[in-house]
Design a protein around this ligand. Structure first.
Ligand SMILES: *Cc1c(COP(=O)(O)O)cnc(C)c1O
Length: 422
């Protein structure tokens, strides 16, 4: 029934990758816990990744020494808070290689970033009969805002289909692009399937038609080296809590020419230049899009998470994760009764699977008893489940602090699930 040992050489070291995973694990205090009497095996990184001590310390330092509102005060603390907050923005700029830090708008996360583009760009530039292209593998955060817009404007949503491996069918994309297309919004990496989409190519084809592209980078920012100028995408949204920073932090990047033409998102303090009852004029970038007091501590934490990522060898981290995913795919797929959902050639970090005759929630529950955290459900991507005709999947998602031993523990626990239900 179980054919893992034969097909996978466990002792073989990960070749050409210098990665001291035990050393890296020490940076993340959460990981040394036990759960249900077992060492925690945290494989739910696609939902939220863990936070290193240096990021926790940076947040504490702000609260202990700098807590104050930004931009408005001339006093010492406010200036320190503003410096730290704007410093984090510059770190974000370098992290994604944006031209100008004013193109990096702080938001609560990818969801808010996409909604900002929907309100600021969509409601201004999309009209009746226009079309927006998304794909069949989008997270609900990159579906629902566009549906809401289409409903409001009488516009239409067009969906690029995917093949059985979970890859976009690019010929169909070409067929969808036309003079009514007003925006393409596409996941850089699918959170449900792990597919890495060819965003650069998608952008190039859209730009030939003069159509801007939003890349949903919630899964790529933590697991790839991202360069928005190289991708040439017009918008790029991501969440801090999936890249080793606190919840409430996140960014939507936009090209300056577009951001300047767009409507503001929310109205309030900090986003204005002058206010009278007759007319308000708006502030310049990025303030125009940052109404009210932002999540100052969280965004400073995002800056610290970027410092942390720069302090470890990023290329090696990505290579290590890639190798770990390959190892896990081989090991888990060789268990009889297991089917991997999402077998694209280019994948990152995510292993979705189902076990014959076992509901994914039961898998999740039994794995939890073994101290293993995976996600079971539709992963906020119900259309993906419909495409593969499954109600849900179990999903193990990796970060550079996960180990081969943890994958082995996962494999043993899945075998146990199969035993229980056989
Ligand atoms: C998690 C996720 C989102 C939404 O991110 P939030 O942090 O919940 O705003 C959007 N897209 C993808 C691909 C995701 O994985």
């Amino acid at each position: 029934m179980i054919a893992t040992e034969k097909t996978v050489e466990q002792e073989q070291p990960i070749s050409n990758i210098e990665w001291d995973v035990e050393r890296v694990r020490e940076d993340f205090p959460v990981l040394s816990q036990t759960v249900n009497g077992k060492p925690l095996v945290y494989l739910d990184n696609a939902a939220s990744s863990q936070v290193p001590q240096v990021v926790i310390d940076r947040g504490s330092k702000y609260l202990q020494e700098e807590h104050s509102n930004i931009h408005r005060g001339v006093h010492y603390l406010s200036q320190r808070a503003t410096t730290a907050y704007e410093g984090a923005r510059e770190k974000v700029r370098r992290f994604i290689n944006a031209r100008d830090s004013r193109e990096c708008i702080f938001v609560r996360g990818a969801t808010e970033g996409i909604n900002l583009v929907m309100h600021g760009y969509g409601r201004k530039f999309v009209g009746e009969g226009d079309e927006i292209i998304i794909s069949a593998m989008e997270h609900h955060a990159n579906i629902v805002p566009w549906q809401m817009l289409c409903e409001e404007k009488g516009a239409h949503l067009r969906v690029i289909p995917i093949n059985d491996a979970g890859e976009l069918i690019l010929d169909e994309y070409d067929a969808l692009l036309n003079e009514r297309t007003k925006l393409v919004a596409i996941a850089h990496i699918s959170n449900a399937l792990g597919t890495v989409n060819p965003v650069k190519e998608i952008v190039a084809r859209a730009h030939k038609m003069g159509v801007p592209v939003l890349a949903d980078g919630a899964q790529s920012a933590p697991h790839m080296v991202v360069d928005v100028q190289d991708l040439d995408c017009d918008f790029f949204a991501f969440s801090g809590h999936k890249m080793f920073a606190p919840t409430g932090s996140g960014v939507v990047y936009g090209k300056r020419e577009l951001l300047e033409k767009m409507n503001p998102f929310q109205g309030g303090g900090d986003m204005i230049r002058t206010v009278t009852f007759e007319k308000t004029t708006y502030a310049g970038l990025p303030n125009k899009f940052e109404a009210g007091t932002p999540a100052i501590a969280s965004q400073i934490g995002l800056g610290a998470a970027i410092d942390y990522l720069n302090s470890i060898n990023r290329e090696q981290a990505v290579a290590y994760e890639h190798e770990l995913l390959r190892y896990a795919t081989e090991k888990i797929s060789s268990i009889e009764g297991v089917r991997i959902i999402g077998t694209a050639r280019e994948k990152a970090s995510v292993l979705s699977f189902i076990v014959e005759d076992v509901h994914p929630h039961d898998i999740g529950t039994i794995l939890d008893q073994e101290g293993i955290a995976v996600r079971a459900g539709h992963h906020c991507a119900q259309p993906v489940m419909q495409r593969f005709q499954v109600p849900a999947t179990a999903r193990a998602s990796f970060a550079f602090y996960n180990t081969r031993e943890e994958v082995d523990t996962l494999a043993r626990a899945i075998e146990k699930v199969i035993e229980v239900f056989s």
